[in-house]
Design a protein around this ligand. Structure first.
Ligand code: NAP
Length: 248
């Protein structure tokens, strides 16, 4: 596949890590970048920042927990731009609670959004990549898939599921020139972690050898590497970006 015609799809690009990833990929002028949000307002904001960095592409709305919504999104992208060859599965949520108090909806929402989305979005994109005999899939996991975390059985299970999913798919489609990798961030300064109380934040900070939370750009630059030619021989791997809080 020529680098001149790469369509890159980043889910959850309205803010936080996904926004930084979309801007990073947009730095490669060969890419057309489609970022997604759950609302029209979020999608508009993606269009605005992509225009600011003079990138090709736009923001579109999707709910990664819905089969129909994902099918609609991929059909729209294919009709307008062509099949995505770079896919960053970044959209994710938390619904923290101790297991004894966890509601069934809190469990299902997290599993369906974080892990179910891998099935939906990858499945919708793999055919196009297979035809092109080139593709890059990067799934955003989490350090807690490895370390565990109280109050996050749902979230840790969803992220650990992403790890297994990534390796199985890497084996399945490697022969088609498609790499599938996971990136496991530690604690990154976004809306997701800003919700932690001061006490939790201080406790977390004490576990990080680099003594600070990470910045979204520090995840985005590694995604940029995994999407690049330089990472052509890496597949089924997890890259940990966590300031040393967990050393695999
Ligand atoms: P964030 O700031 O809360 O942003 C979440 C993004 O996901 C938003 O763009 C949101 O869209 C989108 N989203 C949520 N539910 C969705 C749905 N059902 N369908 C489609 N999109 C949906 O999160 P973040 O901190 O940047 O995290 C991004 C990813 O990194 C997540 O997978 C998260 O689990 C992972 N991660 C984060 C950290 C961290 O410390 N921040 C650490 C490890 C892993 P709207 O704006 O429209 O709501």
């Amino acid at each position: 596949m020529s680098e001149l015609e790469v369509i890159a799809l980043v889910t959850g690009a309205s803010r936080g890590i996904g926004r930084a990833i979309a801007i990073e990929l947009a730095g490669n002028k060969a890419y057309t970048v489609i970022g997604t949000a759950t609302t029209a307002q979020g999608a508009d904001s993606i269009g605005t920042y992509l225009a600011e960095v003079k990138a090709k592409g736009e923001g579109l709305v999707v709910d990664v927990a819905s089969d129909d919504s994902v099918t609609g999104l991929i059909n729209t992208i294919k009709e307008k731009y062509g099949a995505p060859a770079v896919l960053v599965n970044n959209a994710g949520i938390t619904r923290d609670n101790l297991l004894m108090r966890m509601q069934s909806e809190e469990w299902s929402a997290v599993i369906d959004t974080n892990l179910g989305s891998m099935y939906r979005v990858c499945k919708a994109c793999v055919r196009g990549m297979t035809k092109a005999r080139w593709g890059r899939i990067i799934n955003i996991s989490s350090v807690v898939a490895f370390s565990g975390n109280a109050g996050q059985t749902n979230y840790a299970a969803s992220k650990a599921g992403i790890e297994g999913f990534t390796r199985a798919l890497a084996v399945e489609i490697g022969s088609r020139g498609i790499t599938v990798n996971a990136l496991a961030p530690g604690f990154i300064d976004t809306d997701m972690t800003r919700g932690l109380g001061e006490k939790q934040a201080q406790y977390r900070l004490a576990q990080i050898p680099l003594a600070r939370f990470g910045q979204p750009q520090e995840i985005a630059s590694v995604v940029g590497f995994l999407a690049s030619k330089n990472a052509a021989y890496i597949t089924g791997e997890t890259i940990h970006v966590n300031g040393g809080m967990y050393m695999a």
